[in-house]
Design a protein around this ligand. Sequence first.
Ligand code: SF4
Ligand code: SF4
Length: 145
Amino acid sequence: MRNRNNEVIDQLVAKINTEIEKGIDCTQCGACCKGLMINVTEDEATHLSNHLDMSTREFKDKYIEVSNGGQLIINTIPCHFLSDNKCTVYENRFNECRDFPHIKKPNFSDRLFGTLIHYSICPIVFNVVEQLKIELNFFSENINA
Ligand code: SF4
Ligand code: SF4
């Protein structure tokens, strides 16, 4: 993949992703909310605490811990805000949640490691990667290598 044009790969990934997303209902899955550590910024903590009518201090005491690297993270896995497989703060969820599974970000080829970490968690990632392998003749190229 590294020998291919990044923009061409990104366009192909976007096309595949659009098709795959049509067939997957996140409300029937919730695997990311059940299995991933969620990073939170100070602004997001303040925003969501306002939405929940709590002080930021109360919000942090209840929902947040600080990682060894100083990053704010949600202090439980699964996430506190997941209920019945749905996000109870959907309109006010964190950017990391909005961006997941990060398939549509530019430079897919440069982000393969991160993508493959989520391959076994997220059905969207799994199916996009598998379809991409088919469209790029991944198997025949490697057999003939
Ligand atoms: S805030 Fe919502 S979308 Fe984000 S991990 Fe929690 S339940 Fe999932
Ligand atoms: S793991 Fe993937 S398919 Fe499942 S809810 Fe999260 S984004 Fe949707």
